[in-house]
Design a protein around this ligand. Structure first.
Ligand code: ADP
Ligand code: MG
Length: 841
């Protein structure tokens, strides 16, 4: 086996760039994705082609003092929400593909929070292929006709490439062809519809100046960095559905040129965009399965798709690959879809997930630190150690920053307000990244062979073919014995015949090849047609469904319109009702107000009346209190008097007991008079008869209870024409208008005291009789001698004249009427207002 080792285009000592002046900053581009919903709050605006402005969402305070501030960030170019994938590809990725084909390395990564459109940008969405399929398409569009046959280039396990001799390559090809290819029952290759949608870029974009004297081969590998472990997504491990083996992590190594590579990583040689993307898709599927089976979060892993392009010049004849190993170039383009840059708490990760998140943060943090240190070293000439080795991610791409190449980054942002803080972090990092410079890759040395070998040689073959037809010799026979002309002619003709046969064989072969090619093309067209047909019928079905939905919605709309109409009518009725009710309410409230004011007036009046009554009652009470006081004084005086009389009785000789007057005298003697509350000292005694004469027309009920003494010795008034009763009688009351109760009791001095309780008779509403007591007359006998004895010691010479001695009567008069039913005794309401009278000695 004849093999040649390729030299990667990077310089041997990466720390010292070959031309330090030729450096390019990291190209940072910004892509603002559209909002998912139009009602979402937006916090990012594209100001112009290079600037975005980010402002805090409503209700967000940027500074502690509550100040509101907008921040602007500038990038190499800013792509707004309307940018299409092709536009982005043309600006960002196309130069990287051109570099790749010219043998230079490139790194392109997307950075941003989860959901900001990194995968949409890198891989694309169905029907809208991203940068990755477009890069593949451009590569194959450019090198398509100049590709080496499969297995001519062979990658070794140490990041190098060999060129195999034609025989070895042929053997490998035969081995590969013998392997069964998975096909559908119809015999056609199975196409994942989503996959087909992604790959259908139809861009026809290609590099203009491809070195046609070179042969090319493309190799792809696809790895994933998860939790700081590297996994090969293309590794064909025997699959055990019962006990799936967890994927084996790979290790990183540095080759002799200080480039990092993943050991034992599968690198697949691909000959077309479809094939390359199919390999990618295989890896993608494997990634999804692993994520599901191992319960991993895809947004937490970095995916790296590496396209390696091996190229070597044709030899001087333009037939075969030049076997000089110095002439083989291997360039690579790494397309990296980074993990979401959000902080851990964003997804509220717990346990295992937290550890993963921590590692993701760690690797992105390391990337950040590396960029910071690099920038510092470059700007201030310091020589700080860049911590590439702290994470697998930075370690893998160490030489892109340290060595030479083109690095481009697309920061993806979602303008929604919820992402504001994370977007700010992303913007800051991105702005800093573009201050880092990377050495510009040098152009590869020319191989020294004449350019245009491929086509010149192809041209000479056809010319050779034409030239190889020997010219016909002269066919003229001049002599019978000419035995040279004919054999010469025969020889030439035979030669020509052989050549012709050769050519026709070649032609037949070509026809056959062309035919098979045509057939292949045909079948591919048919499959595409079928695919399109399938798609079309699918779309038709969708349209039919949508039509039905539309009809349903129209019907619904009509129903709703009808309902709205009814509701509107009802609303008018209700409004009318409302108006009426309001009017009613107003009138009622006016009435209420009037009533309230009436009530207020009445209240005021009542209050006046109450005050008046209160005053009246107060006065009355005062008066009663005064009367009570007088009564009490009177009682006190009576007691006093009785006491004095008792004293006199005790001290007087027993024989001087006064003579008891006769009944006649009783009637004559006692001096009775009505006494007004105010004392009338010298008022003449008024006989009861005289008094009675004043009411001569009145008829009396003379109530004498049987308990009274039957003797006529005690003076008792005689009332003419009176009906005398022993017990209260309604009948008697009904006939009279005056009432008198005679009551006797023993006084303290042992004498019998007679009280005449008098009152007026009234007819009650209920048809009965009521007595209103008006006065009480007290009749008492007293010895005139006793008076002397009873004279107080303060009067040492009381008058001895017996004539002076006389009966003292005490008359009390009721001042307050007491209403009493006939037959009842004096109630508690009975009040004395008595003023005892004494005749002056
Ligand atoms: P990430 O990879 O950053 O987590 P994705 O690329 O998966 O985000 O995007 C999330 C969703 O948003 C996807 O459904 C994708 O189709 C959509 N999306 C992202 N960017 C765009 C864009 N520029 N235009 C339309 N849809 C987009
Ligand atoms: Mg993603």
């Amino acid at each position: 086996m004849k093999a040649a080792r390729a030299k990667t285009p990077r310089r041997p000592a990466p720390k010292k760039p070959s031309n330090p002046s030729l450096k390019d900053p990291v190209g940072v581009y910004c892509r603002v994705r559209p909002l998912s919903r139009p009602d979402q709050e937006c916090c990012i605006e594209v100001i112009n082609e290079t600037t975005v402005q980010i402002h805090p969402p409503d209700g967000y305070r940027v500074f502690r003092n509550g100040e509101y501030r907008e921040t602007q960030y500038s990038f190499k170019e800013v792509f707004g929400t309307l940018v299409i994938q092709k536009e982005l590809f043309d600006v960002v990725a196309k130069p990287l593909v051109e570099d790749l084909i010219r043998g230079k390395n490139g790194l392109l990564f997307t950075y941003g929070v989860t959901g900001s459109g990194k995968t949409h940008t890198m891989t694309g969405s169905p029907g809208d292929g991203g940068l990755l399929p477009r890069c593949l398409d451009m590569i194959f569009n450019s090198i398509g006709p100049f590709q080496a046959k499969r297995f001519v280039f062979k990658l070794d396990e140490k990041n190098g490439v060999d060129v195999q001799c034609e025989v070895d390559a042929l053997l490998e090809r035969q081995k590969r062809d013998a392997m069964p290819v998975p096909k559908t029952p119809s015999g056609k290759r199975q196409i994942d519809p989503e996959f087909a949608d992604m790959i259908n870029v139809q861009d026809h974009c290609k590099v203009e100046e491809v070195d046609e004297d070179n042969v090319y081969s493309v190799f792809v590998s696809y790895i994933e960095i998860y939790n700081n472990y590297i996994y090969d997504l293309l590794e064909e491990a025997p699959f055990d559905p019962i006990k799936p083996k967890p994927p084996q992590s790979k290790i990183l190594r540095e080759d002799q040129n200080h480039n990092m590579y993943v050991t034992g990583c599968t690198e697949v040689e691909v000959k077309s965009t479809e094939e390359a993307f199919e390999v990618f898709w295989r890896g993608q599927k494997k990634r999804r399965i692993a994520n599901t089976q191992l319960n991993r979060e895809s947004s937490r892993s970095h995916s790296v798709f590496i396209i390696k392009l091996a190229q070597a010049p044709l030899d001087a004849d333009g037939d075969n690959v030049l076997q000089e190993k110095e002439q083989i170039t291997l360039s690579q383009l790494s397309l990296v879809d980074l993990a979401g840059s959000e902080r851990t708490n964003r997804t509220k990760a717990e346990g295992n997930r937290l550890r993963e998140a921590g590692n993701i943060n760690q690797s992105l943090m390391t990337l950040r630190t590396c960029i910071e240190v690099l920038r510092e070293n470059q700007m201030y000439g310091t020589n700080k150690m860049v911590p590439y080795r702290d994470s697998k991610l930075t370690h893998l791409f160490k030489n892109y920053f340290d060595g030479e190449g083109k690095v481009r980054m697309i920061v993806c942002v979602n303008p929604k307000a919820e992402d504001y803080e994370e977007s700010l972090q992303v913007m800051r990092f991105a702005e800093m990244t573009q201050e880092v410079e990377v050495a510009r890759p040098v152009d590869k040395p020319l191989c020294g062979l004449t350019p245009g070998r491929r086509f010149r040689n192809q041209q000479s073959v056809s010319e050779m073919l034409l030239q190889s037809f020997p010219p016909l010799p002269s066919c003229e026979l001049l002599d019978v014995n000419d035995d040279q002309t004919l054999p010469k002619l025969i020889e030439v003709l035979e030669k020509r015949h052989r050549l012709r046969q050769m050519l026709s064989e070649e032609f037949a072969k070509n026809v056959l090849t062309f035919k098979t090619m045509l057939q292949e093309f045909d079948s591919s067209v048919v499959s595409k047609e079928n695919y399109i047909q399938g798609k079309l019928s699918e779309k038709e079905k969708i349209i039919a469904g949508q039509k039905m939905e539309l009809e349903r919605l129209e019907k619904k709309t009509k129903t709703l319109e009808y309902k709205i109409e009814i509701l509107e009518k009802t609303a008018t009725i209700y409004e009318e009702d409302k108006r009426n009710l309001q009017q009613e309410l107003e009138s009622k409230s006016q009435k209420l107000q009037r009533q309230a004011s009436d009530k207020r007036r009445l209240e005021a009046r009542l209050q006046g009346m109450v005050a008046e009554t209160t005053m009246k009652w107060e006065k009355e009470c005062e008066r009663r209190v005064a009367a009570k006081q007088l009564e009490m004084q009177n009682k006190l005086w009576v007691k006093d008097e009785k006491l004095k009389q008792l004293k006199a009785i005790v001290t007087e000789p027993k024989n001087e007991k006064p003579e008891r007057p006769s009944r006649e005298r009783d009637r004559e003697k006692p001096v009775q008079r009505s006494v007004s509350p105010s004392p009338v000292p010298n008022a003449p005694p008024v006989r009861l008869r005289h008094r009675r004469s004043r009411s001569a027309g009145e008829r009396w009920v003379d109530h004498k209870p049987p308990s009274n003494l039957p003797t006529e010795t005690v003076m008792q008034p005689h009332v003419p024409h009176a009906i005398t009763v022993a017990a209260a009688s309604e009948k008697a009351l009904a006939k009279c208008d005056k009432y008198m109760l005679t009551h006797q009791e023993l006084a303290s001095d042992g004498e019998i005291e007679t009280k005449l309780i008098k009152g007026d008779v009234f007819k009650t509403r209920g048809g009965g009789q009521a007595v209103q007591f008006t006065e009480i007359e007290t009749l008492k006998q007293e010895s005139p001698t006793g008076r002397k004895r009873r004279s107080s010691p303060s009067n040492p010479n009381p008058p001895e004249d017996a004539a002076d001695a006389e009966w003292t009567d005490v008359e009390t008069r009721c001042s307050v009427a007491v209403e009493m039913r006939a037959g009842s005794t004096l109630g508690p309401g009975y009040q004395h207002h008595a003023q005892p009278k004494r005749r002056k000695p």
